[in-house]
Design a protein around this ligand. Structure first.
Ligand code: ARG
Length: 472
């Protein structure tokens, strides 16, 4: 293996040669951590401003550094910055380039290590990601509510064990996901609180002997609480090795991915010829290379599939951390690809699911046919007997007998006569035959949280109010 000369900004003096090529390729992270550039520059600007405040940089030096960082930022943004893999990572690339342009750049790394720098960069990056993701999740909720609202009168069978169980409004089914996403949102907001703490000033692991103003840096970078008070880490060793906030984010993302996967599964089922409850517009489906008639719900399938890698990322990060001695270890470099992939994947899934929901039409006839199955109201019939004073277990047994009788006589429950009813329980009266009226059934469900007409309307109205008007 050949070795390369060492760059100006590296650990220099201690080494007589650079790492061998294959070692450099193995240890580099620039190929993926370059995307932290904006946050790295922001962090460096805060650090430079602080070094000026405490007198380590002169005002001129600080100004030159800020200007140099700004220029580098513009070049990276416009795509003309030359990244050097031999400089290992985003931090060294930017610092080396700055130092080549601005002599004072050599002072920028005072009282700073890449260990607290990378911890800072990830927190800054993740803060922005969480803000974007929560906005996208709200859009997803709006799309679910809008679809439910568009078909507010449509009833479908609700299922347990994937067997028809009881009728529910289509909107009620969708609102279940709005509730799940609301809890996801709360978890991400809570996670934000622990991401939003500034680790800079922790050095490599043991802080600094220089009189750093950590509160200044925290304020500069908006690491503040609701009262505007700076939030800084309280233990340097914890600060450079803590990745709890990444685990939390990946865990919340995994649960979100599972929610999206379940919704996708419902959509895949509903779009089958067997269910035929919905149509997904062509723009959100794909064809088969062999079977000309096929229209596949690939967006939903891939969203379901991608939950696997999000769950895998959580497992990877946990496994990465579990055996690490204090404090920073190079293993931690492996956190970023898992984190980036997690955020990219869930954000993409959320956006595409939102788009797909806007492109779904409901086959109201198929839904009406499926929900007109009178056996969906067998429980209502048992409730009828309960109202007549029959103990529920006895009522359940009687209706079970009635269902078996209907099956044996190849009739639906609604086709049975009062005389047949009375063979199974003497408390039936003529009005019992009205139980199978679906509209009546849906207005009987008045308990909070149940899929009754009034309840679902109330829930739709509540969510529309909470989410604002701008449906996608
Ligand atoms: N690229 C490294 C990472 O992602 C930055 C920190 C390197 N620190 C070190 N002492 N080698 O973790």
């Amino acid at each position: 293996m050949k070795s390369k000369p060492r760059a100006a900004v590296s650990r220099s003096g201690r080494f007589t040669s650079g790492p061998a090529d294959e070692v450099a390729a193995f240890t580099e992270s620039i190929s993926f951590d370059w995307r932290l550039w904006e946050h790295d520059i922001m962090g460096s600007m805060a650090h430079a401003a602080m070094l000026r405040k405490i007198g380590i940089l002169t005002p001129d030096e600080a100004r030159d550094i800020l200007k140099g960082l700004e220029d580098i930022g513009s070049e990276i943004e416009s795509g003309c910055f030359h990244w050097k893999p031999e400089l290992e990572d985003v931090h060294m690339n930017i610092e080396a380039e700055l130092t080549a342009r601005v002599p004072a750049g050599a002072k920028l790394h005072t009282a700073r290590s890449r260990n607290d720098q990378v911890a800072l960069d990830i927190r800054l990056w993740l803060r922005d990601e969480i803000v974007e993701l929560t906005g996208e999740l709200t859009q997803l909720q709006r799309a679910l509510v809008a679809l439910g609202d568009r078909y507010a009168l449509v009833v479908i069978p609700g299922y347990t064990h994937l067997q028809r169980a009881q009728p529910v409004f289509f909107a009620h089914h969708l609102l279940a996901y709005v509730e799940m996403v609301e809890r996801d949102l709360a978890r991400f907001r809570d996670c934000f609180e622990r991401v939003n703490v500034c680790p800079l000033g922790s050095g490599a692991l043991a802080g600094s002997t220089l009189p750093l103003d950590r509160e200044f840096v925290a304020r500069f970078l908006h690491f503040t609480d609701v009262d505007g008070k700076p939030r800084i880490t309280q233990n340097s060793m914890d600060a450079v090795s803590d990745r709890d906030f990444i685990v939390e984010f990946c865990a919340h993302a995994a649960l979100l991915a599972v929610h999206l996967s379940r919704l996708s599964e419902d959509i895949v089922l509903w779009a089958t010829t067997e269910f035929d409850f919905i149509r997904i517009a062509d723009s959100f489906t794909t064809g088969s290379s062999l079977m000309p008639q096929k229209k596949n719900p690939d967006v939903a399938e891939l969203t379901r599939g991608k939950s696997a890698r999000v769950i895998g990322n959580l497992t990877s990060v946990l496994t990465l951390l579990k055996g690490l001695p204090m404090t920073y270890n190079r293993d931690l470099q492996e956190d970023k690809e898992r984190l980036f992939d997690t955020s990219d994947t869930v954000r993409r899934c959320v956006r595409l699911t939102t788009g797909m929901l806007g492109q779904i039409t409901v086959n109201e006839k198929a839904c009406a046919d499926a929900s007109s199955d009178p056996s969906l109201l067998a429980t209502d019939l048992a409730d009828y007997l309960v109202r007549q004073g029959v103990p529920f277990r006895q009522a359940h047994h009687a209706i079970g007998g009635l269902v078996a009788h209907a099956e044996a006589s190849r009739k639906s429950l609604a086709q049975l006569t009062l005389d047949e009813f009375l063979k199974f329980d003497p408390h039936f009266q003529r009005e019992a035959l009205q139980i199978f009226d679906l509209n009546g059934a849906m207005s009987r469900r008045v308990v909070t949280g149940s899929p009754g007409v009034k309840q679902v309307r109330k829930q739709l109205a509540r969510w529309k109010r909470a989410l604002g008007k701008s449906a996608p």
